[in-house]
Design a protein. Structure first.
Length: 65
C-alpha cells in the first residue's frame, strides 16, 4: 500500500509542477537576447576585475617576498 501512495504522491507532484510552469511569464526572444547579453557583459567585466586585482596582488607579494 505504501508504494501505491508514493506513486500517487509523485504523480500529484508532477501535475502541480506542470500547473506552476503554465503560470510562468516566459521571456520573448528579444528579452532573452537582452538578458543573455547583460549576463555575458557582466561576466566579462567581473573576469577583468578579478584579473586586475590578481595581477596587482601578485605584484605586491612579489615585491615584498
Amino acid at each position: 500500500m505504501a508504494a501505491k501512495e508514493k506513486r500517487l504522491g509523485l504523480m500529484k507532484f508532477f501535475k502541480s509542477v506542470v500547473v506552476e510552469l503554465k503560470k510562468v511569464s516566459w521571456p520573448n526572444r528579444k528579452e532573452l537576447t537582452n538578458y543573455t547579453m547583460v549576463v555575458l557583459f557582466m561576466g566579462f567585466i567581473t573576469a577583468i576585475g578579478i584579473w586586475v586585482f590578481d595581477t596587482l596582488f601578485r605584484s605586491i607579494l612579489t615585491f615584498f617576498l
